[in-house]
Design a protein around this ligand. Structure first.
Ligand code: CMP
Length: 138
């Protein structure tokens, strides 16, 4: 079924000049942009977004990294969106990301890994709602 996922282009990929290339990869793969925003996260907002990882050893670093510079947030639509998007971006650790995936091409490290992709339909909904009102979606 047609459904949606949520993505962020993370601060590393934004500062390395990859916004255009990544959006091109995403739309070329058949994803339709439903909502799009260039913005930034405060430490508080990043902490809230990544609340589920609060107990993980990398949480503090992740929150500082994600609030270190601007990001691009988007809601994307496609058949099988969550799973297909995770295939397009590749493994969390770019060292393990398949050739040609977004993280293989643009990511630096497991933390500075260029893009976020929701891991379930339920989280896609929650994460999209975190950034976008109904009026900001088409
Ligand atoms: P993301 O899919 O955005 O959600 C959680 C993020 O934590 C993940 O991408 C990684 O960028 C980041 N992270 C940093 N260190 C680790 C780690 N050791 N294991 C998993 N994720 C990590």
């Amino acid at each position: 079924a047609t459904n949606r996922t949520f993505t962020m282009i993370k601060p590393d990929a934004v500062s390395n000049g990859h916004i255009g290339a990544i959006l091109n990869d995403i739309t070329s793969a058949g994803f339709k942009i439903i909502a799009l925003k260039y913005t930034h996260l405060s430490k508080e907002t990043a902490g809230a977004f990544y609340e589920v990882h609060k107990e993980r050893p990398f949480y503090a670093d992740l929150v500082s990294f994600m609030s270190s510079g601007p990001i691009v947030a988007a809601i994307l639509e496609k058949d099988n969106a969550v799973e297909d998007f995770r295939k397009l971006i590749g493994a969390t650790n770019p060292a393990d990301a398949a050739e040609g995936t977004i993280r293989n091409k643009y990511a630096q490290s497991i933390e500075a890994n260029a893009v976020h992709g929701s891991d379930s339909d339920e989280n896609a909904e929650i994460e999209g709602n975190f950034y976008f009102s109904q009026l900001e979606r088409f």
